[in-house]
Design a protein around this ligand. Sequence first.
Ligand code: SF4
Length: 277
Amino acid sequence: MCLLTGAHTNFCNMKLSICGVSYSDFVWNITHGCHKHSPGCNDCWAEAQESHYHPDVNFGETWLRYDKLHQPLGVTDEVSCFIDDTSDLFYEGEADPNKRGVPDSFIDKALDVVELTPTISYLTLTKRVERAKNYFMNHHIPSNLFVGYSICTKAEVKNIDILRQIPTENKWISFEPLLDDVASVDGFSLEGIKVAIVGGEQVHGKTSRKMEKQWVLNIKKACERDGCLFYFKQWGDWSEVGEHKNTKANGHLIDGVAYRQLPWPNEEQQSNSFKNF
Ligand code: SF4
């Protein structure tokens, strides 16, 4: 038995890390670097992490980790794995030659590994849904890959239609940090989306933006209507009743109930009881 996880024996021999994101078991960070792209990026957690762990690296310049591509090979356990929780695999780069993005050829290599490890459910999450769509329209999508789009504001809601065009059933949306009443937008629909993950902003030592409880309830209601799973990750720095406290204290219950539905394996989901809506 693995001393680290207590369950995933094969992972003992690997260098994947336990994921700090509650809805994924492991993380596979194969690129570093990104550039702010939306209001959700204002207090980019990834930038803070990268500047702490890799202070010599320019965050706007992608660092491609060819040396990490092999890490999941050989795994036969059914687990989930987040690809790049401190960058965006579909970062296209900037005009500035010192701010190169992730080339298609590197994404190809990552997806080759995804294909070779079918017991792992991989999660990608991007704010560049247009580039993700353009890439996937011309590349095979492994059946164990879940393609995610990150939405924080009403302005991004229209792009759910772009996500829908990606030819896979495994689509998901992260509404985190939720900054707006996105579900109030005319025509808002989660049809064709496997799971909606919702969370409030967590900004260490800074002023975080408040997520209203009603915004969360409106997404939950849309999930029930459209046949989409609902996972409430956290209130963030503002509590359910609108008090500014710390994220841990504020927790992830809505009216005393945890909503942690996922379409992929997750250790927390296996070990904790949770209620369906
Ligand atoms: S897309 Fe993600 S990693 Fe990139 S700047 Fe925005 S929050 Fe940070």
